[in-house]
Design a protein around this ligand. Structure first.
Ligand code: 3H9
Length: 656
């Protein structure tokens, strides 16, 4: 097999080109190729060396598929030592994304240039790792302690211009990268630019308290994760140890992270997320329908959020409401949301105005006639939804995709209300829709392949993580929530308190305890749904009696100031004896014997409830693969990333 790295002389410059699609990851072959090319350059007529990549990006990091396997020589830090020790200056020419080991390669070069569109970052923390090839030691030397900590503990990439301001990039090349970088390298030679090793630079001055501050902040922000705290220790070592000592600590901590269950879980998610976007049996060459204009029916919280997702991606949206008043209310919520984004510095005023200008409103379904996609986002009334789809069938142009944002309802029954069920699909957004990453894409029995493929692609355009679900009550996520919620009720009757349940689950890593979630969603939602059911359909009263009593007392959740908790003026939950009395009375009425329940039992029973339902969902073919269920729970339900999702967690417990 030919090497993914080539070397040639371009006049007096030795050019090392990496060509290892899709992202030029540093596989063993790439590492070996760069080591060989650097060695060749030391002995030929070149006066300087340039590292550049072909394809869509500079090196996007170490090859993650090699992690967890025995290391094959040359090991990345060895390759980087060769780059840095080159007797001729080495210039890295960056386009696309220089990430992780890719940026570490660039930092080992003596000079760096980049296209304005390039991004650089050290995202290892998102894989439960830390930069393990000198990133923790070289970045603070070049950019200072604070910038280094921010880059590594957030994992978020920064634009080339920011990287230049921080001292990580020396020059922005505006035109063609190859010719611009060659010309700049020649300028450096003409100026007599020396071999400049980042390992030999000293760390700029920094605030003495900074490490304690970051440790305290990260203990809260990245609860239970080890990599962020190890990053702080490594950066601290860059300030008070030699480069070699810092590298030794970095290696020790990198290996500790690599061998941790947390990193295994986060690496699983990296691939799970990408796998989820693929639909078995639908090829990459499936023709897609063009989506240039979108209609959204319903200007409530969901409809407004959905409209913003498309507008933020540059797609124009027509929002439909039943009256001018309702429309004005809906549009004003959107205005408020954009205002909030500007205030928080998430969007510039100009960008917010440009996005907002893409959203228009109407009370007439005829305005949807030219839309390529229409998403219905009204409340969960199956008859109303069917009526809307009958209307859409009349007004939408042939080939338009008609989607329902239902969280529970039968997408096939909704599709059957139209004459074109092949064009109907479910798009289940999560609230707030313009922020939450997950999109459950519900494939009906008749949904056409190109409709599904188009929506999966569109999800990426609007920056969502799509997961395909078959049709069942609640799809993947909400269906699993059902036994989880029932188990919570049993735990309360058997002796746990709401606060104990929530604290146990939050300590374990859930973003929010289940009872806080129920209070936030509103206890009346489930109550109303149960009113329409027979006793048989409702199931065991132990699983719903307490919330029913609370709703009948007017405690419908946080919006009413009380639910499983009471809420103070600032919306903080406070444990309430009234609720405890209700729980104890219901337990007595239903003959449940109360006992002391441990936190471990709470976690085990609740996670098992999720996993058992997940297993059924898999067996029934509702989810394509177990890892899809993990993606749903991580991005839609606040499951801890460092545990990899319920199915991965269950497997890892079995294998432990
Ligand atoms: C590291 O560097 C550790 C070092 O500090 C120390 C080592 C000693 N390896 O995301 P996409 C695959 S840790 C292997 O859909 P995009 C990906 O699975 C690493 N494969 O494209 C997918 O495969 P498939 C630090 C990788 O354009 C395909 O490439 N670096 C890697 O939306 C396309 O990916 C990172 O964490 C990899 N490193 O986004 C960067 N990266 O087609 C991780 C991607 O079979 N990567 N693949 O599904 C990314 O953030 C995005 O992939 C990137 C492109 C922004 C580059």
């Amino acid at each position: 097999m030919s090497s993914p790295v080539s070397y040639k002389l371009d006049g007096n410059i030795g050019v090392i080109s990496v060509n290892f699609p899709p992202v030029n990851a540093l596989s063993q072959a790439v590492r070996a190729g760069i080591v060989d090319a650097i060695a060749t350059a030391q002995g030929d007529s070149s006066e300087a060396v340039m590292i550049i990549c072909e394809g869509r990006t500079f090196i996007a990091g170490a090859d993650i598929t090699e992690f967890g396997k025995p290391i094959q020589s040359p090991w990345l830090p060895e390759m980087l030592a060769d780059v840095e020790n080159s007797s001729k200056i080495v210039v890295a020419a960056i386009h696309g994304t220089a990430l992780g080991g890719g940026l570490e390669t660039a930092l080992s070069a003596h000079y760096r240039c980049a296209l304005p569109s390039a991004k650089i970052g050290l995202p290892e923390v998102k894989l439960g790792l830390l930069p393990g090839a000198g990133g923790t030691q070289r970045t603070p030397r070049l950019a200072g302690v604070k910038a280094a900590l921010d880059l590594m503990t957030s994992g978020a990439p920064v634009a080339a211009s920011m990287a230049r301001d921080a001292g990580l990039v020396d020059k922005i090349i505006d035109d063609d990268l190859y010719s611009g970088a060659i010309a700049w390298t020649r300028e450096l030679l003409a100026e007599g630019a020396p071999v400049r090793k980042s390992s030999e630079q000293s760390v700029p001055e920094f605030d003495a308290d900074i490490f304690d501050e970051y440790r305290a902040m990260l203990k809260k922000r990245a609860r239970g994760q080890i990599a962020p705290l190890h990053i702080v220790s490594c950066v601290e070592a860059a300030t008070n140890k030699t480069f070699q000592e810092g590298m030794a600590l970095e290696r020790e901590m990198f290996m500790a992270c690599m061998e941790s269950p947390q990193s295994a879980a986060m690496r699983h998610l990296f691939f799970a997320e990408r796998q989820a976007a693929k639909v078995d049996g639908i090829g990459k060459d499936t023709p897609l329908r063009p989506i240039k204009t979108v209609g959204v029916i319903g200007g409530g919280t969901m409809g407004g959020g959905i409209a913003m997702c498309f507008a933020n991606a540059g797609i124009s949206v027509t929002m439909i409401e039943i009256s001018d008043d309702a429309l004005a209310r809906g549009l004003s919520i959107i205005d408020k949301n954009y205002g909030g984004s500007v205030k928080r510095g998430k969007l510039s005023q100009d960008k917010a105005a440009a996005c907002r200008a893409l959203i228009s409103g109407s009370t007439d379904y005829a305005s949807l006639a030219e839309c390529d996609l229409v998403i219905e986002a009204v409340f969960e009334d199956p008859e109303l939804k069917k009526r809307i789809f009958r209307q859409l069938d009349e007004v939408c142009k042939p080939g338009a995709i008609m989607a329902t944002n239902t969280s529970y309802q039968d997408v096939d029954a909704i599709a059957a209300a139209t004459s074109r069920p092949q064009d109907v699909i479910g798009t289940h957004f999560f609230s707030p829709a313009h922020i939450m990453k997950l999109l459950e894409v519900v494939r009906g029995a008749s949904t056409a392949d190109d409709v599904l493929a188009t929506v999966m692609k569109l999800a990426k355009t609007i920056r969502k993580i799509p997961v395909v679900s078959g049709v069942c009550y609640g799809f993947i996520g909400n269906r699993m929530l059902n036994p989880y919620g029932k188990t919570v009720q049993l735990l309360l009757l058997e002796g746990a308190t709401p606060l104990q349940v929530d604290t146990a689950m939050e300590e374990w890593g859930m973003a929010m305890g289940p009872l806080r979630v129920f209070d936030l969603a509103g206890l009346d939602v489930g109550y109303k749904a149960r009113q329409a059911l027979s006793d048989d359909e409702k199931g065991d009263p132990k699983t719903y009696q307490v919330p029913d009593v609370l709703v009948e007392m007017g405690r419908t959740g946080q919006k009413s100031g009380a639910g499983f908790y009471e809420y103070d003026d600032r919306g903080r939950p406070v444990a309430d004896q009234v609720v405890q009395n209700v729980i104890e009375e219901v337990a007595k009425d239903l003959g449940v014997e109360r006992r002391k329940i441990s936190d471990d039992e709470i976690v085990e029973r609740l996670i098992s409830a999720l996993v058992n339902e997940g297993r059924k969902i898999l067996d029934e073919g509702i989810a394509q693969r177990s890892s899809d269920i993990d993606v749903v729970y991580i991005y839609g339900y606040g499951f801890p990333v460092s545990r990899g999702g319920p199915m991965f967690y269950a497997d890892s417990q079995r294998n432990a």
